[in-house]
Design a protein around this ligand. Sequence first.
Ligand code: HEM
Length: 107
Amino acid sequence: MMITMVFAGYETTASALGFALYVLATNPDLQAEFHAELDEVLDGDRSTFETVDDLEFTRRILKETLRLYPPIHTLPRQTTQPVNIGDYHLPADEEVHLSVLSVHRDD
Ligand code: HEM
């Protein structure tokens, strides 16, 4: 449990929050709307499991941050048998890296 939290949960969450702050810092309009939602929904309180679902704009900022700056940008996989993907042929036991970053963008 501890190892899961530290290796799978810590750096990913830190990266996501860091980039969310970057997005807010570089988009003053978004930041203003974000603060307005916090004021309206939380009214100075901390968020809880009961109120977190009401932070719709905040959730959209986090989702868009994860799309633009995915903390895990590539996923390694290993083929178990030969496979054709489009024009590409992959033999068995080949290591393949899926680019999350590219899938999330259209440029
Ligand atoms: C923004 C935060 C996070 C991101 C972006 C993220 C991303 C990912 C991704 C992309 C995978 C799939 C890896 C793969 O299939 O190769 C994964 C799996 C996993 N993550 Fe996270 N993660 C986050 C937070 C956390 C947290 C907080 C925990 C635990 C407290 C956690 C625990 C795990 C575990 C245990 C797996 C493996 C699941 C499985 O084997 O089916 N993650 N995560």
